[in-house]
Write a protein that binds this ligand. Structure first.
Ligand code: AHR
Length: 351
């Protein structure tokens, strides 16, 4: 009787131990209604953190996805948000939308909230490269795949193809180069330049500066006399332009990393009694409606397009990822260029 009891007890104990060692349930984002086929899963949810590839996305009829926006203080961001919301509605996907209001701390908290809400995937427009790279790692550890939209993170902290799926966005270095080449032509290769930089530590600010500053080096009579951040914002751009114009009254050109700061610079020039487009030539990036109108009015010289309408491509990329496709580190959006020759034709479709 005692022998029998010990035999049964041992079998039960061994079975219990085996159950405890078995992999935990598949990540939550792989569960739920509408799922048609599960992809190969990491052994356990906790293993996503150390996986050499981003967490998989199950094939489903519909998804709950997050879109973490940086801020909504300019037309570019508003157009991007509208495009994402419209695409989610068109496809019948649930969109968890957050606006970080220009705060890195808030954006990190937004991502944490999306993780807690167990979204299937996160579309992230990271404010700056380093702090938001850490947030991407948190999503990965929670087995939630991330697709970067329009801005990237620091690859030494979080790498594409390993920690997140890919980044979709413009070639910011090329945008800076295009702005420089246009300015060189417009000024006969001779200019005293003020540069208004975007958000400190953000990939467009880093790369637009790199592209422009490098291209300008070819022209010995083109000199950047001041370069300061205006945080991609119109009012900050106006304030910074005002200060820098006082320090450099002989400036003949302004390169703004986005149209909003260029609009601020136009206001600063007018307040200083200068004529934008004549006394000081301005070139910028984005392609907003205000910028197209300013070109038509002769106040802005040119703008390099940075297309904000990410919705269709972002959602298509998520589906392709669920279908097992692999991607390059960056999916590059093609950009157009607008100056006095085509701004009027572009205006009706501008945002
Ligand atoms: O990341 C893209 C940049 O961010 C756009 O040029 C700017 O307007 C936005 O805020």
């Amino acid at each position: 009787m005692t022998k029998k009891f010990f035999l049964v007890f041992s079998v039960v104990a061994i079975l219990a131990m085996l159950a405890a060692c078995a992999p935990t349930a598949a990540p939550t984002q792989q569960q739920g209604s509408g799922e048609t086929q599960a992809q190969a899963q990491p052994a356990a949810a906790g293993n996503c953190k150390d996986s050499p590839t981003p967490p998989p996305l199950a094939k489903k009829d519909t998804y709950k996805v997050g879109f973490s926006q940086v801020e909504t203080n300019n037309p570019w961001r508003i157009a991007q948000t509208e495009s994402m919301k419209a695409e989610a509605a068109k496809r019948g996907w649930e969109l968890v939308y957050t606006d970080a209001g220009g705060s890195e701390a808030k954006q990190i908290a937004d991502i944490e909230s999306m993780i807690a809400q167990k979204v299937d995937l996160i579309f992230m427009a990271p404010r700056s490269e380093k702090p938001l790279a850490e947030a991407a790692l948190k999503a990965k550890a929670a087995c939630i795949p991330v697709i970067m939209l329009d801005r990237d993170v620091d690859h030494s902290i979080a790498a594409p193809g390993k920690d997140y799926v890919t980044m979709i966005g413009s070639d910011f270095v090329k945008e800076g180069e295009m702005a420089a080449e246009w300015l060189a032509k417009a000024t006969n290769n001779k200019a005293i330049i003020i540069e208004l930089e975007g958000t400190v530590g953000s990939s467009p600010a880093i790369d637009r500066k790199k592209g422009f500053d490098e291209a300008i080096k070819k022209y010995p009579d083109m000199k950047i006399v001041a370069s300061q951040t205006g945080d991609f914002a119109r009012d900050k751009g106006r304030q910074v332009a005002e200060t820098l114009l006082q320090a450099h009254p002989d400036a003949t050109a302004i390169y703004a990393h986005n149209d909003e700061m260029a609009m601020g610079a136009i206001a600063a020039l007018e307040a200083a009694g200068k004529v934008p487009g004549k006394d000081v030539i301005i070139v910028s990036i984005d392609g907003t409606k205000d910028a197209a109108q300013a070109i038509i009015d002769g106040k802005l010289g040119a703008t390099v397009e940075c297309n904000p309408k990410f919705g269709p491509k972002a959602f298509d990329t998520a589906i392709a990822y669920a279908n097992g496709e692999t991607f390059p580190a960056k999916i590059v959006n093609p950009d157009r260029f607008f100056d006095s020759t085509n701004a009027a034709a572009y205006l009706p479709e501008a945002y």
